[in-house]
Write a protein that binds this ligand. Structure first.
Ligand SMILES: Nc1ncnc2c1ncn2[C@@H]1O[C@H](COP(=O)(O)OP(=O)(O)OP(=O)(O)O)[C@@H](O)[C@H]1O
Length: 299
């Protein structure tokens, strides 16, 4: 897979360290999350990669080229701060101004408004827009020049649940069209729902970088229930594919050591004469994996 961004040992020191020797790669076509609590260095990282903040040390390459020059910036669509649209102008007129500045043909305006579901409201003044619509217009504006990468800093901040879902769906549809996306968020749930990869920042240090699925070594667990609970427990233990089998409130929790599908496990238990009333394969939420990681790093 083609690397479109390679970050090496990137560091920013204000009075104290804001970003501490972080390294990560971004491959084309994936959705990356920069996850960390407030003040963990997400915006500072974006600032350096977009050339608005001078790094203290470290380096990066966009599209194989050192640093961030104006040609590179043309390939990046970014929403770092609330963009300034003219309140009394319509969405369409606001985008016309941006299109002119960026040298983008006007026909592109309707295309990007369609992506963010604002086509039917394009004649309405920006000031009449809800916060979610304003944010969607900002995404449309960032998409105008057909960027190869879209960078979004906390895109759902302050939105209501419906607005959050709309932004998530839009991010997914943009990603499906092949645009690489890097999104910063302090919300674990957000990252889990939209990202394939994650870089977890804690006090400016990347404590994890990799796939969302790979964040934890655990292969997940099964929850199982049966009227024959004791038989079920001994059968599960006899298979030798679970690292532990524990009972909690009449439900058995079997931690998976060797991967097996739910249907295969059901078949194996049925062959032993055990009928299940519950069978569910689960993975710990990203939240518990995240907390586990933070705990390990503190240790
Ligand atoms: N211009 C600046 N001068 C001094 N310190 C700064 C400056 N910008 C950021 N910092 C500090 O750097 C650290 C990282 O801030 P940053 O804004 O990058 O974090 P963040 O993860 O984006 O958090 P948030 O979501 O709250 O913006 C914080 O301690 C912040 O106070």
């Amino acid at each position: 897979m083609e690397k479109i961004l390679e970050v090496k040992d990137l560091t920013k020191k204000f009075k104290q360290i804001a970003v501490n020797h972080i390294s990560f790669d971004v491959e084309r076509g994936n959705v990356y999350g920069l996850l960390g609590p407030n003040g963990s260095g997400k915006s500072t990282t974006f600032g350096m990669l977009l050339s608005t903040i001078n790094p203290t040390s470290g380096s990066w390459k966009w599209f194989g080229k050192e640093g961030t020059d104006t040609d590179t910036l043309k390939k990046i669509g970014a929403i770092i701060e609330q963009p300034n649209f003219y309140p009394y102008l319509s969405a369409e007129k606001n985008l016309k101004i941006v299109a002119e500045i960026k040298g983008v043909p006007e026909k592109r305006i309707d295309e990007v408004l369609a992506v963010v579901n604002l086509l039917s409201r394009k004649k309405d003044a920006f000031r009449t827009y809800s916060l979610g619509m304003k944010q969607r217009l900002a995404i449309a504006s960032a998409l105008l020049a057909n960027p190869e990468v879209l960078i979004l800093d906390e895109p759902t901040n302050g939105l209501d649940p419906e607005g959050i879902i709309q932004i998530r769906e839009i991010i997914s549809s943009i990603a499906k069209s092949g645009t690489t996306i890097i999104v910063a968020s302090h919300l674990l749930d957000e990252i889990e729902k939209i990202c394939s990869h994650v870089i977890v920042l804690k006090h400016g240090t990347a404590i994890y970088s990799g796939t969302v699925d790979g964040m934890s070594n655990t292969k997940g667990f099964f929850e199982l229930k049966s009227d024959q609970l004791a038989d079920l427990k001994s059968a599960l233990e006899s298979f030798g594919i679970f690292s532990s089998v524990k009972e909690k409130d009449q439900v058995l929790i079997a931690q998976i050591d060797e991967d097996i599908s739910a249907s295969e496990l059901n078949r194996k238990l049925f062959e032993k004469g055990i009928i299940l009333s519950l069978l569910q394969k689960k993975k710990e939420s990203l939240e518990s994996q995240f907390l586990e990681l933070v705990k390990q790093t503190n240790a």
